[in-house]
Write a protein that binds this ligand. Structure first.
Ligand code: DHB
Ligand code: FE
Length: 456
């Protein structure tokens, strides 16, 4: 089922949602650049030359040349961003708003002085022919004429594929940075590291045989993209690309990550409507939390064979989200993914853990028994396990063992959780140590029941 976007039918109105934002990303960022006086001067001196410095589409450039804010909004512009463009041209907000109405400046001002535009005739059912009773067919025909509904029609036209996205499996793995360094420095055959990489030989082959289109990769940023100036709890990457970060040793020699802005925008809609207040990020660098799992599952490659939607969870500064919250997020994520109307295959990865403590006199803590019980219960009783309080992670699995709460997002998205299918454990691996950490790894196949699959 497609997400309801009835707001797109409100006459003469463009709602700036994550799809519009993706479409207008560079246009809006271009507008932001005009907040600097020197950029305004350069733009006014040679508009085309300045616009050419930005990856704008021809339609976006033409809209700006024509001073056509309606066209700019159809191309993804948002009024608060476009206002920087208008201000550069010396226009007031009233002049900008009025310019989109087909009225003269004086007419618009007079209308506002006279009490503003009336709501009568400006509701969804009133499109084109105000204040008369009309049939559904007449309303549909009138909406067909409304140029502001181009976005709706473009979506319908672009959608020539059949079927919805499916979640094919989940991967859980530690993301120790030293594993990345061992790979990058060619140490995989050293006995210390071979014991770790041997546990992923099966996984690499399985990944090739079960290659998804997109990996929804749950990880935590480790004071790389988000420092203490910004501490969001959940971050969804809606951007097109994510370079590997320099965490102090130089960036890892791994390919950049390709995002999936369209799919991510859909997931954002669905999760935020389900009351998960996400932070959306279009530009960020990704650290070992994301790149090490990629290397473990895909090996050393020139380009990653999948698109990735990065999903960051704050587990650095308390309060961090609970296991229950992450598990519920996983369930909502399944709904989000399965309502995406493209027949893509999606894997969900949960990374971090297992027991480790990177600080203080208790550094180096490992709790094999607790880790293995966690793996058992993650398979058999994830709901019950999700109620384990933070204190238990800290006490039993070390301060950084809290990373394990992220695994519940991937586990909560499996079909068995709500009785819509089964999971199959295809691989399990546990090893101590990698650097300061116990390495845990699990692969689950997701097997929705035939009835659940047909319902999509
Ligand atoms: C280590 C493990 C981590 O998960 C991490 O983020 C950083 C370091 C380690 O064991 O060295
Ligand atoms: Fe970590």
């Amino acid at each position: 089922m497609a997400l309801d976007k009835e707001y797109r039918k409100v006459p003469g109105t463009t709602i700036f949602d994550s799809e519009q934002s993706a479409k207008g990303y560079h246009l809006n960022q271009f507008c932001m650049s005009l907040m600097k006086a020197e950029n305004r001067e350069r733009f006014l001196a040679d508009e085309d030359a300045y616009m050419d410095e930005w990856p704008l589409t021809d339609a976006q450039k033409q809209a700006l040349r024509d001073r056509d804010l309606n066209a700019a909004m159809r191309e993804g512009g948002n009024i608060y961003f476009l206002a920087k463009f208008g201000a550069t041209l010396g226009l007031s907000f009233q002049q900008m708003a009025g310019s989109m109405t087909g009225m003269t400046e004086q007419e618009y001002r007079d209308m506002m002085v006279g009490g503003g535009r009336s709501i009568a005739g400006n509701r969804i059912a009133d499109v084109a022919v105000p204040e008369v009773e009309r049939t559904e067919a007449e309303i549909a025909a009138a909406q067909e004429q409304d140029p502001m509904l181009d976005a709706v029609r473009a979506d319908a036209a672009a959608d020539d594929s059949v079927g919805n996205a499916t979640i094919t499996g989940a991967v859980f793995t530690s993301h120790v940075p030293a594993i990345g360094a061992a790979l990058d420095l060619g140490k995989t055959e050293e006995p210390y590291w071979k014991a770790v990489f041997d546990g992923y030989e099966f996984s690499k082959a399985w990944e090739q045989d079960n290659l998804p289109d997109v990996v929804f990769l749950v990880y935590n940023d480790h004071a790389t993209a988000f420092d203490l100036s910004l501490i969001p709890t959940f971050v969804l990457g809606t951007g097109a690309a994510y370079p590997a970060a320099d965490e102090g040793y130089g960036p890892r020699p791994v390919p950049g990550i390709e995002g999936d802005p369209d799919f991510a925008a859909h997931v954002a809609h669905s999760l935020i409507r389900d009351d998960f207040d996400l932070t959306l990020v279009n530009e960020m660098e990704v650290d070992h939390g994301l790149t090490v799992p990629m290397s473990l599952m895909f090996g050393q490659v020139d380009t990653w064979p999948v698109k990735v939607i990065p999903f960051h969870v704050n587990v650095v500064q308390y309060p961090v989200p609970s296991g229950e919250r992450c598990f519920k997020l996983g369930k909502a994520l399944r709904k989000a993914i399965e309502s995406y109307e493209k027949p893509i295959k999606v894997q969900i990865w949960g990374t971090g853990g297992m027991s480790h403590q990177l600080q203080g006199p208790r550094a180096g803590l490992i709790n094999r028994e607790w880790d293995n019980a966690f793996l058992d219960r993650l398979i058999e009783d994830p709901e019950g396990l999700s109620h384990v309080p933070h204190l238990e992670y800290v006490e039993e699995a070390g301060s950084e063992g809290i990373e394990l709460v992220m695994w519940f997002i991937a586990r909560g998205a499996m079909s068995d959780v709500e009785g819509d299918g089964e999971i199959e454990v295809v691989h399990r691996f546990y090893h101590v140590p990698a650097s300061n950490t116990a390495v845990g790894h699990l692969i689950l196949n997701n097997k929705p029941s035939a009835a659940a699959a047909a319902k999509e």
